[in-house]
Write a protein that binds this ligand. Structure first.
Ligand SMILES: Cc1cc2nc3c(=O)[nH]c(=O)nc-3n(C[C@H](O)[C@H](O)[C@H](O)COP(=O)(O)O)c2cc1C
Ligand SMILES: CCCCCCC(=O)C(=O)O
Length: 361
């Protein structure tokens, strides 16, 4: 499938926020509530942005930039830049063709896409078109035998890492979605979970079946024994959990509050990153997501201990606004902004990004 040229995007669309405005006109109200909303009062959603805005940069001047690069190596693979696509559910809600179209845009920008367990398309079909082998995000299912089969499929499809989401044993309390009566549109289903017994609804949480099979640390050890893929744990906020994950043999950690969509009033991801980075040191790579909207945000996250970042909602804004071209343009904007931020702070490589680029008040 050819990618329509970036020139087809209006010249006035220059930032990720512009894509949010463009997408708003193209997405039906209840789906918009699902995409944009977060848990409860959405305090954490706002904090994810405010956390980045509170951090100021301190540039160095006259540094040698002639060999500048955004390249990095993670789990033995080279990546052209540190902007990864976070896993998000059902891309078909936002654009016909769903995840395959997102992958087309990601491939045009050499970006690594993480495919959600809740994707509306088969992992094999999504991975087939990938220029960069995707990562797969796993929600450990109540049926562990089914989960094991899914992991084998993911390996066979050529995925390069398994991202295990740990912060959502339950769906967060999404009042904005409830008010808008959000439902997954007919015709979309989590096709990679086909064949699994659906989890019936319950009228209470404690004492019902809902938490009976919730994942525990033992599941991590079980997954470790099941696959050679790098295991990356998503949804870590407490350094003690990061250390526990390391002890259980994970290969990487994603500092994330799920874009504010699980437990409200937890701190901004960028605010807890330094404490997780201090605990883990250089022993494991750390990624961060939540609120990345500017190249300066990418730079701040890398300076405070992340090796790469993931971006959620803006990718869906690009997809809704202009399909694969929109996804590619969102990624291009972020990468270009990162390069500008690196050049203007006098940092030629990602290795040169450390806390010295952050202004200490
Ligand atoms: C519409 C939507 C769907 C999401 N679906 C998933 C999912 O299926 N699995 C998952 O681990 N995280 C999911 N997330 C969370 C993202 O992976 C990521 O943590 C979050 O979006 C990052 O914040 P940002 O949107 O500010 O970039 C979803 C987020 C959104 C906005
Ligand atoms: C509409 C199905 C939602 C599945 C869970 C996806 C998710 O993690 C999210 O944040 O939303």
């Amino acid at each position: 499938m050819p990618l329509p040229p970036l020139e087809s995007i209006p010249a006035s669309i220059v930032s990720l926020d512009d894509y949010e405005v463009l997408a708003r006109d193209r997405v039906e109200d209840s789906i918009w509530a699902y995409l944009s909303g977060a848990a409860a009062d959405e305090v954490t959603l706002r904090e994810n942005r405010a956390g980045f805005e509170r951090i100021q940069l301190l540039p160095r001047i006259f540094r040698v930039l002639s060999q500048a690069s955004t390249g990095l190596t993670l789990f033995g693979r080279h990546y052209a830049h540190p902007v990864f696509i976070a896993p998000t559910a059902f891309h078909g809600m936002f654009y016909p063709g769903g995840e395959v179209v997102t992958m087309l845009g990601a491939s045009a920008m050499d970006a690594c896409m993480t495919v959600s367990t809740q994707a509306g398309m088969a992992i094999e079909d999504i991975a087939r078109g990938a220029a960069v082998p995707p990562w797969f995000q796993l929600y450990i299912q109540p049926d562990r035998a089914f989960t094991a089969e899914l992991v084998k499929r993911v390996e066979a499809a050529g995925c390069a890492a398994l991202v295990i989401t740990a912060d959502a044993p339950l769906h967060g309390l999404r009042n904005r979605e409830q008010r808008a009566a959000f439902r997954v549109p007919p015709g979309l289903e989590p096709v990679n979970l086909r064949g699994m017994e659906p989890v019936p609804p319950a009228d209470r949480i404690f004492g019902s079946h809902l938490l009976a099979k919730a994942p525990t640390w033992e599941d991590l050890a079980w997954l470790r024994s099941l696959t050679k893929l790098p295991l990356v744990l998503k949804g870590v906020l407490d350094p003690a959990d990061a250390l526990q994950a390391e002890a259980r043999g994970v290969d990487g950690i994603i500092v994330s509050n799920h874009g504010g969509r699980t437990l409200d009033t937890v701190p901004a991801a960028i605010e807890v990153l330094p404490s997780v980075a201090a605990a883990i040191g250089d022993r494991l790579p750390i990624l961060l997501d939540g609120g990345i909207r500017r190249g300066t945000d990418v730079l701040k996250a890398l300076a405070l201990g992340a090796s790469a970042v993931m971006v959620g909602r803006p990718i869906l804004h690009g997809l809704a606004a202009a399909g694969a071209t929109g996804v590619a343009h969102v990624l291009k904007i972020l990468r270009t902004e990162l390069e500008i931020a690196m050049a203007l702070t006098g940092r030629a490589t990602l290795d040169e990004l450390d806390p010295s680029v952050i202004f200490a008040k």
